[in-house]
Ligand binder design. Sequence first.
Ligand code: SIN
Ligand code: FE2
Length: 202
Amino acid sequence: MRVTVRGFEIYKGYLDPAAQASLVSDVRQVAEAAPMFSPETPYGKPMSVRMTSAGSVGWYADRSGYRYAPQHPSGVAWPAIPEAVLTLWTDLTGLDRMPDCCLINYYGEGARMGMHQDKDEADFKWPVLSVSLGDAGLFRIGNTTRGGKTESLWLESGDVVVMGGDARLTYHGVDRIRFGSSSLLPKGGRINLTCRVVHADL
Ligand code: SIN
Ligand code: FE2
């Protein structure tokens, strides 16, 4: 079932439990090679979300700002984006252009993500694809400028969202997770994958 909220295309329950479990094992493999870390924001506060990436670049933040980095902070290359994630991308976006980065966010108990735009990429014509696994997260959708009325919805394990078109620069965030609401991850928590085209085409 697909619902559209402010241009966000939400595919509820797109991935069945077997596909979700398989993606979790893909994520574990990525995190073994490129361990999760908690970046510091440019304001000097550690993010409550832990993250790592797959792809030719990975999303990174520290006191000098938000950016894509060619390597994990340890110096190793980011692992390749798992095939199943690329297949999802192709199936739902219909694009030939593959994403350069799959950011993997882990929300433990109490983790959240403030309202923000995804704007560290070169060209906003490409959508962002988001996959939710594990505990439900309360996703808030705002406007293309900061502030104003917002709408919230729970993203559950297996839900996939395409943020494209006018919604590509819409503010969004995760207010809280319902820790322990899913049994997909033995220790609880929520994983969110976001695939992004980072580089401009030549
Ligand atoms: C993000 O905006 O990067 C993450 C969204 C989510 O966790 O659902
Ligand atoms: Fe985002």
